[in-house]
Design a protein around this ligand. Structure first.
Ligand SMILES: [Mn+2]
Length: 274
């Protein structure tokens, strides 16, 4: 989908030139600005207001010019349920809805922190929920999109926890509790997760190479984009003798991180200063 940012004057002046020139003019306009943007792991939290401000600035500047924005999980550091009336999620819903209203599709996939984010909040924020492991064509390349936690198969304790909390029965039971009880549980889970991350070997917290290969093979694609590990990088790999790519998005703890993919396929992984 192409949207052209042209004024009425520009359109009328472009109509006075030849068709070839018009096509060239429009192409130059759209190609210059149409990037798909991908971010993840913002971990928005009232304790880091400068990151929320950076994200909001990003939404009203760069993201407005984008062909689409993908948020691949852990937008929020914790998610208690769509009925949570804290100011931060309410404020972010307004900012996201404003972007969506300008015509930029905003896609969101849950992460391991905000996995309880559901349709009610998505509707309020004007965002479209994606399944982990879905395939979208980005910059002309079929790409499998994941938060990334499912690839960390060496961390068996986490994978066990993941199965438990992704169970609809567990989720329904959790969401039926009063907000105060959910808040207390989330606080305990957050501390346990920090201790687990601190005490686990570095390698355990990264993706497993076989899981990466299996996902690429099952998805029948040559490119994967994910976050979660907070190890931004472009990995050029091989699978069955064919080149494949794994692009890892960065976190937004000390700065922002964005992957921009141009319509023609060029891409860049950039950091954003608060
Ligand atoms: Mn994560």
């Amino acid at each position: 989908m192409l949207r052209l940012f042209v004024t009425a004057h520009e359109i009328s002046s472009s109509l006075t030139v030849s068709q070839d020139d018009t096509a060239h003019y429009q192409c130059r306009l759209c190609c210059a600005v149409m990037n798909t943007l991908l971010i993840s792991d913002l971990h928005l939290d009232p304790a880091r207001p400068e990151i929320t401000a950076l994200f909001e600035h990003f939404l009203v500047t760069e993201a407005r010019q984008a062909e689409a924005l993908y948020i691949l999980g852990d937008l929020f550091d914790v998610w208690l349920g769509d009925d949570n009336d804290d100011p931060l999620p309410a404020r972010v819903a307004v900012s996201l809805a404003q972007l969506a209203m300008t015509g930029v599709p905003v896609y969101f996939m849950v992460g391991n922190r905000d996995f309880l984010l559901g349709e009610a909040y998505a509707n309020r924020a004007g965002i479209q929920l994606l399944d982990d492991g879905c395939v979208h064509t980005i910059g002309g390349v079929a790409t499998v999109l994941l938060h990334g936690d499912v690839l960390c198969t060496d961390d068996t304790a986490y994978q066990k926890f993941r199965v438990e909390v992704r169970d609809p029965t567990w989720q329904a039971k959790f969401l039926a509790q009063p907000l105060a009880a959910r808040r207390a549980y989330a606080q305990r889970a957050r501390i346990a997760s920090q201790v687990h991350t601190r005490d686990s070997a570095e390698i355990l917290m990264d993706v497993n190479a076989q899981a990466v290969d299996a996902t690429l093979r099952q998805s029948a694609v040559r490119r994967m984009i994910h976050g979660h590990t907070h190890r931004p990088a472009v990995h050029d790999l091989a699978l069955n003798g064919q080149p494949v790519q794994r692009i890892v998005l960065g976190d937004w703890y000390a700065q922002g991180s964005v992957l921009q993919v141009a319509a023609q396929g060029d891409f860049a992984l950039r950091t954003l200063s608060p």
